[in-house]
Design a protein. Structure first.
Length: 232
């Protein structure tokens, strides 16, 4: 295909217009993050309320008897604390149920999602990557986080990119992990160089021998035979 340019044109099918797009899924993913935050808080409150109830039950008998013996008023908080625990339990179950529904709604949406890229022309091309922006310069941090975390999709592979001004470790954001990859890359570079040296040691003597044989004059008996045939 020398001299030919392959151009891909994105066509929006009318049948796809009703399908979920990243705008809707971004809202769902944002709600999912909110639910995760609420659930975490509710779990903490529920655990603390349970501990408070158990502690009250553990010492209430002694406190009640002490009050009877000393004439002090005793306040039985058992019902109050149990009611608090039950309400938090109900809230936790409600939040968890909503989270399951939102999570499944996101997955169903992703199964038929329309990804709104700007067009078939990339917005940036470098030596190492081609980048397509979303339409209208929109950003979708919540749903992209969901896709990367839950589906383990769209995460760049770890690789070493050699640049004129340094070395870039792509696909990692942890310093120690990046250093480990850098060490492996340097060791691999040395190994490749050693292998190349060994391969040349094998091929070069053979090539030199062939060259010498080509330059050597033919033996005398061959010359005599050629003279008889009138070749020389």
């Amino acid at each position: 295909m020398d001299g030919e340019v392959l151009k891909v044109t994105l066509v929006e099918d009318k049948a796809d217009l009703g399908k979920p797009d990243l705008i809707k899924l971004e809202k769902l993913a944002t709600r999912l993050l909110e639910l995760d935050h609420f659930i975490s808080e509710c779990k903490t409150e529920f655990s603390e309320a349970q501990a408070e109830l158990e502690e009250f039950k553990r010492k209430s008998a002694v406190e009640k008897r002490l009050c009877e013996l000393t004439g002090l008023p005793f306040v039985d908080r058992t019902g109050e604390l149990e009611d608090k625990v039950n309400k938090l339990k109900e809230r936790l179950e409600s939040l968890s149920s909503e989270r399951v529904n939102v999570y499944m709604e996101i997955l169903k949406g992703l199964a038929e999602v329309i990804v709104p890229i700007q067009g078939d022309e990339p917005s940036a091309i470098t030596e190492d990557e081609v980048f397509f922006t979303f339409r209208d310069n929109k950003q979708f941090p919540a749903i992209i986080q969901f896709i990367r975390k839950e589906l383990k999709f769209g995460i760049p592979p770890v690789y070493i990119s050699l640049q004129p001004d340094g070395i870039r470790v792509v696909g990692l954001n942890d310093k120690v992990a990046a250093l480990e990859e850098l060490v492996k890359a340097i060791e691999e570079l040395r190994k490749k160089a050693r292998n190349e040296i060994e391969s040349r040691k094998v091929t070069e003597p053979t090539m030199q021998k062939t060259k010498v044989e080509e330059e050597m004059p033919p033996p005398k008996n061959v010359l005599q035979s050629l003279k008889k045939l009138g070749k020389i």
